[in-house]
Design a protein around this ligand. Structure first.
Ligand SMILES: [Zn+2]
Length: 63
């Protein structure tokens, strides 16, 4: 249970970087056993088009 709980608390929207309150999030998606939460913009759609682009680290960050 602890690991599961870690996954749902204090997530960042992986697309735009906003912090998402998991208890209030209406937009979520699961990719490779990790649940991601999204703000009410189009981030969920963008994530689901190319989840690997937003998952994990940092190869193509636009800095
Ligand atoms: Zn967003």
């Amino acid at each position: 249970m602890a690991a599961f709980k870690e996954n749902i608390i204090g997530r960042l929207d992986p697309v735009c970087g906003l912090q998402i309150d998991a208890s209030k999030a209406k937009f979520q998606s699961t990719f490779e056993e990790t649940t991601y939460y999204f703000c009410p913009k189009n981030c969920k759609d963008r994530f689901e088009e190319e989840p690997a682009k937003y998952d994990g680290d940092s190869n193509n960050r636009e800095d």
